[in-house]
Every structure is written in C-alpha cells, then in structure tokens.
Design a protein. Structure first.
Length: 446
C-alpha cells in the first residue's frame, strides 16, 4: 500500500434517511487535517448534508461518488450491507454491541468481508467515559421536541392553550441559537402569565444525569424553574406551595430508580452495576406526580425497567385523570427502561400513544393515554451544532487512524488506547473485548 493511499480517508454520505444531515468531520477540520497532517480526504457528495459539497471542495477535499480507493471510511450511522467493501476499515455508530437484531446482518457481512469496525460509542478513556459522542445534542433536541410535543398533547387532551404551543420541533429552526430564542420567548410567557391551573405544578422527571440529561436540562433551564429532590417530591406535591409561573424538574439517579430486592440491605452503586439482578425498580412511586418524563439512561437487558406496562396500568386504574401525558424516550431502547417504547419514530411522524388500560398502541396524538416520542437520531435535528461538537471530539484521533497499518495483527496496532478500545472487529475477527458478540451472528445467513 502506497503511503498516499495509506493516509487517505473517505467520508461517506449519510443515507439512512432524509433527516440525517450530520457530518463526522466539518470542513474547517478537514482543511486542518489536509494542510497540517498531510492527509488526503475524499468526500462523497450529498445534497442533504448540513455542509455543502463546495465547502469541502474549497478546503482541499476531493469530491467523489466512489470511495473504493480509501482504505478507511468514516460516517455517522449504519452502512447498508450492499455497500460494505472487502477489507475496509470502517468507523461509525454500529449499534451492534447489545446484539441489536436489525444490525446483525450488517455485522455478519463485516465479518465475512474481513473488515475492521471501529465504533465511536466505544472510544473511551481509562475510566470508561465516552470521548466521542452526540449525547448533549440528543438531549437538547429531545427537550425542544418534548416541549413542542407536550403543548400539542394537552391541547388535544385537555383543550388547554399553553406557551409550549409557540415552540416548534427542533428541525424547524435554522440553528440551536434560533431555537433557544424561541424557547426564551415561551419562557417569558410562562413567567408573565403562568400555566393553566390543570398543568400546575408542571413537573418534569429526568431519568439519568449524564451528557444526554445535561443537554436536555440546558434547554429546560431556559424556563423559570426549580429543582425538587426526588425524596421530597411527594411532600412538595401535597404541600400546594407551588407556582404557575415556573416549571419544576426532578433528576433521578440510580438510588432513586431502584432498590435492593433484599429489604435488609441498602443501595450500593457499584453492587447495582455488578449485580443488577439483585435490584428492582422503585420508580413507580414517583409516577403520579410527573407531567412529563425524559428518559436519558443507559439500559441493557440485565437492568430493571423503570416505566412498565404494569405500572402505567396501575396508575391509570387508580387516578381519575393521570398527570402523566408524555414520555420523551431519548435513549430509545426498545422495550427497555421504558417498556412501552416498542418502536422508534422519525421527525415527520414523531409520536405514538399507548393506552395503559387496554395495552393498545395508536399512531400520533390521542386525547387519552400517554404519548411517546422515540426519535433515535435526535442530534440530526440540530445538524450544524451536532456536527461541530462531534468533529471537535473526533478530529484528534484522525491522524493516528489514518497512519495506522491495519494489516498488522491486533496486538501490534499502535493506536491511542481510546481508539484501540473501540475496535470491535479487526480483519473480520472479533477483538478480545468483543468476542461475546460472536453469538449474535451464529444463525445469520444474510
């Protein structure tokens, strides 16, 4: 392999859906990598990418529909099976490490084609903290959409006009700055005129406290607000000492979400993550007080579910008019932490409604039931800010990625440790940390 080819990277165009406008590297960073690192960067033209083809061409990138000559290809979302080439190095969000069924054929093809797969989600520091992510932007877009959704829902369900009706979905704004200005206007209306009595106190529960939750709270906090500790939520609600001119938020951490099955023991965070089967959800005790829930937690099948069909049915059977109207499931784990999330949605058809009494699902908004928003690519709704943030995090790893000789065996790769930890497949073989994934593709024929 010639050095010029070895140092060539391709940026593929996103083709998962019409909403995916993000880019893994922005033009100014591409320019820096070309000028200062000696890389050659090829970019597949796209008519929907947030940056124009001309912006990449101006900074020295080569526009090309074909990336066959690129040994390394980077993108954002999953790549269609038919486009996976032999012995390529791919970097993208593969959504495979939990055994996701819909991506097993892609994983099988990567193995068969002897590809190397780097998953951004697994680029972590020595403490296991993710270094390359869109979490903050997912939270920001999810909260904007959440306010929009809530306004639509209570207008239909309770015939109420709220300031939330002035808010649009995130993708309708030209930038995050523009969206925030609109939210500030709605916030001023809450401050001046207040919310209608049936919506007071307006209490929003945030499940989780990481990057996604922080992004969502950044948007929520544009409104006049007050934080209520989970352990004080019931007494606060009963006190009646609340205001129509502010919103209330409750941040739920692990110790609020679960409890030991053995009542003689106390909650221990490390024990919970090491032995989740020893714990059960206690979140149902908070459900009666919440108007809206933002789910931001990481979840995998060994952990308890927090919003279950059983809990919702119980709430609907005991409350004449349940307060809970909306769940914004940013994490989008199907039948996961939010058990009633059974499918993901898209920006053009963003919600569906679950009827807790009957277990029935209905498209769109309904006057009864709890309405769910489960868009699985929320950062794409604010593509400019998402791309800039992501590119800043990814760019430092690109020179080492481009210069690595991936023909060597895995143990001899000299990549920075965070990047090496993210290699799921090397030359079609699962690396040691990911050998558990072999079982996911055993019976996959395509």
């Amino acid at each position: 392999m010639a050095q010029s080819e070895k140092w060539r990277i391709g940026i593929r165009r996103e083709d998962k859906n019409i909403w995916e406008r993000r880019a893994p590297l922005i033009p100014s960073h591409v320019q820096d990598l070309i000028r200062n690192e000696g890389l050659e960067i090829m970019v597949q033209p796209s008519h929907i990418r947030v940056f124009t083809n001309e912006e990449y061409e101006k900074v020295g990138a080569i526009l090309s529909d074909e990336l066959t000559s690129c040994p390394i290809i980077i993108g954002i979302k999953e790549i269609p099976v038919r486009l996976l080439e032999h012995r390529k190095v791919y970097a993208f969000f593969s959504h495979t490490t939990k055994g996701q069924l819909h991506n097993r054929p892609m994983l099988k093809t990567l193995v068969r084609n002897k590809c190397t797969l780097i998953d951004y989600e697994k680029i972590t520091d020595d403490q296991g903290r993710r270094l390359v992510f869109f979490g903050t932007q997912a939270g920001q877009a999810g909260m904007i959409d959440g306010f929009w959704m809530y306004g639509q829902k209570v207008k239909l369900a309770r015939h109420l006009e709220t300031p939330f009706l002035k808010i649009k979905q995130a993708w309708n704004y030209g930038s995050l700055v523009e969206a925030k200005e609109a939210l500030k206007r709605a916030a001023q209306e809450v401050y001046n005129s207040g919310l209608p009595d049936p919506e007071v106190p307006f209490i929003c529960g945030f499940l989780g406290y990481g990057h996604v939750s922080q992004g969502a709270q950044e948007i929520f906090d544009l409104f006049p607000h007050e934080e209520i500790p989970p352990e004080e939520l019931a007494s606060f609600f009963r006190s009646g000492s609340w205001s129509a001119h502010r919103l209330y938020k409750v941040i739920f951490k692990e110790e609020h979400l679960v409890e030991p099955r053995n009542s003689r023991t106390s909650f221990d965070l490390q024990d919970y993550y090491q032995h989740p089967h020893k714990y059960r959800s206690r979140f149902e005790t908070y459900l009666p007080y919440l108007n809206m829930i933002i789910n931001c937690v990481y979840w995998s099948p060994e952990y308890p579910r927090f919003i279950t069909r059983e809990n919702l049915k119980s709430l609907w059977e005991t409350e004449k008019e349940p307060r809970l109207q909306a769940v914004i499931d940013i994490s989008c784990d199907l039948e996961g932490a939010v058990e009633v999330t059974t499918r993901v949605t898209t920006p053009d058809e963003p919600v569906y409604t679950y009827q807790p009494i009957t277990g029935e699902y209905q498209d769109g908004y309904q006057p009864t039931g709890v309405t769910i928003l489960a868009i699985d690519n929320l950062p794409a709704e604010i593509p400019l800010e998402s791309s800039v943030f992501f590119s800043l995090a990814l760019k430092p790893f690109i020179p080492a990625l481009a210069r690595e000789d991936f023909s060597r065996e895995f143990a001899k790769l000299t990549l920075p440790p965070p990047l090496k930890r993210a290699i799921i497949l090397h030359q079609g073989e699962f690396t040691p940390a990911y050998r558990y994934m072999e079982k996911f593709i055993e019976n996959i024929t395509s």
